[in-house]
Write a protein that binds this ligand. Structure first.
Ligand code: CTP
Length: 413
């Protein structure tokens, strides 16, 4: 299990891929350990090179103990393989340099080959991800910026430093980017890009239907399934826009656009605005079907309600059905069905009737009353049906793994 706050931490589709992690001399280099642990937790093989500067802060033993294999040091260290500087280029699917010091940026930009990491980078022709960390004045310097532009123009992915206080006591842009950003960027480099060029809309989470100044009608959805779908589609190359209901706390990839709404009507309005520009829609939100007729903006006082009270509800728009029924021929739609049933045959029948009622291409039905597939769980189990009459039972697995399969279903529907 990853220590990072991500919706794809348990996704098994990256197992047995390989990353090479270069760690340079920067106070932030202790944080590279968390990246190593998160990738190792997904079954990714990780080799590491610690530059001379990095070894002033952290030891090879620390990285080796947490599963890095091998851990490279100096080019001519005793016992080093003769062609160790070529090995990541032969075996790894992506190279990540995090943290990258100002000097490392210079060396990478110049094509230096006089230390192990620089030589390995020069002999690496796969995707390269660079996450710089340094003092804000060093980062802002024209020389550093020129090196960054050069590296970017050569096709390297730069994960820019974040802004805030740095270890040296200065403030500004220079601290290592949030680990989730580096983590996701590296995963995208490892993922098949079979959704590249697709624009995907995802609705996720609950909605809140306000009743009075302080009370609302809602449900326990956490948005975890929708986050997993959004992240999987993004990892597979799609441009993703997520419309998130309130209270969503999971980290999303930085390049994934998020729009935050509260009520079903707000979600409907946002989805309608975006839908014409989309190739795919994944409607996972647990939208409240009804909203209470408003009681106003003031708190209703209990002293005024001692005889009990009645709340009138009015129907909300059905976002999925409305958008699916007016889609163009190129647009594909995935819907969900939250049901309370005890057997798979009934779930399958409900999935088929909801697929037709909602005009979806693919529909995934889950029994929210069953342990391991309800609101807020880390796992799900679904029955998938499509408009061609195909169906499949996806047994209990992480929501990330279920999301991966649902993306594949939608792609091929
Ligand atoms: N949905 C939607 N807008 C609504 C209600 C539901 O977009 N107002 C979408 C959900 O995101 C989901 C699908 O419709 O993809 C099915 O939702 P579900 O709650 O299972 O079914 P309902 O349509 O609400 O029908 P019922 O409550 O009768 O099962």
């Amino acid at each position: 299990m990853s220590c990072l706050n991500t919706p794809v931490d348990l996704c098994t589709h990256f197992a047995n891929t390989r990353l090479h992690l270069g760690v340079c001399g920067s106070v932030a280099c202790y944080r590279a350990v968390e990246l190593l642990r998160a990738w190792r937790g997904m079954g990714i093989h990780v080799s590491v090179t610690l530059t001379r500067g990095a070894r002033q802060f952290v030891t090879p033993l620390l990285f080796a103990s947490l599963g890095a294999n091998p851990v490279y040091e100096d080019m001519f260290a005793p016992g080093q393989e003769v062609f160790a500087h070529l090995e990541p280029g032969q075996h790894a699917n992506a190279l990540v340099v995090a943290p990258a010091s100002a000097d490392a940026l210079r060396r990478l930009a110049q094509g230096a080959a006089d230390d192990m990491l620089a030589a390995q980078a020069l002999a690496f022709d796969g995707p390269v991800i660079i996450a710089p960390a340094m003092n804000p004045r060093m980062w802002a310097h024209a020389a550093t910026q020129a090196n960054v532009r050069l590296l970017e123009n050569r096709g390297n992915s730069i994960v820019p430093p974040g802004t805030g206080g740095t270890a040296c006591g200065d403030a500004g842009q220079g601290r290592l980017a949030p680990l989730e950003e580096i983590f996701f960027t590296a995963l995208r480099a490892l993922a098949p890009q079979d959704m590249a060029g697709k624009r995907v809309l995802v609705t996720l989470g609950p909605t809140r239907e306000q009743w009075d100044g302080v009370r609302f009608w809602s449900n326990p959805s956490t948005g975890r399934m929708g986050m997993a779908l959004a992240a999987c589609a993004w990892l597979r190359g799609a441009a993703v826009t997520a419309i998130c209901g309130p209270g969503i706390s999971l980290a999303m990839p930085r390049n994934l656009a998020c729009c935050h709404v509260r009520s079903a009507r707000e979600m409907f309005a946002a989805a309608q605005d975006l839908w014409t520009h989309m190739d795919m829609g994944m409607f996972t939100a647990a939208v409240a079907d009804f909203s209470p007729k408003s009681f106003g903006t003031k708190k209703a006082k209990k002293a005024d309600m001692q005889q009990g009270f009645t709340v009138d509800f009015v129907p909300n728009p059905d976002i999925l059905r409305t958008l699916a029924s007016k889609r163009t021929s190129g647009q594909k739609v995935l819907g969900f069905a939250a049901e309370t049933v005890d057997d798979t045959d009934t779930l399958l029948a409900l999935a088929q009737s909801k697929l037709a009622a909602k005009h979806a291409d693919v529909l995934a039905a889950n029994a929210v009353n069953v342990a391991g597939s309800g609101f807020g769980t880390e796992t799900n189990a679904v029955v998938v049906v499509d408009a061609h009459g195909l169906h499949e039972i996806l047994p209990t697995r992480s929501k990330a793994d279920i999301a991966w399969d649902l993306c594949t279903w939608l792609l091929h529907s």
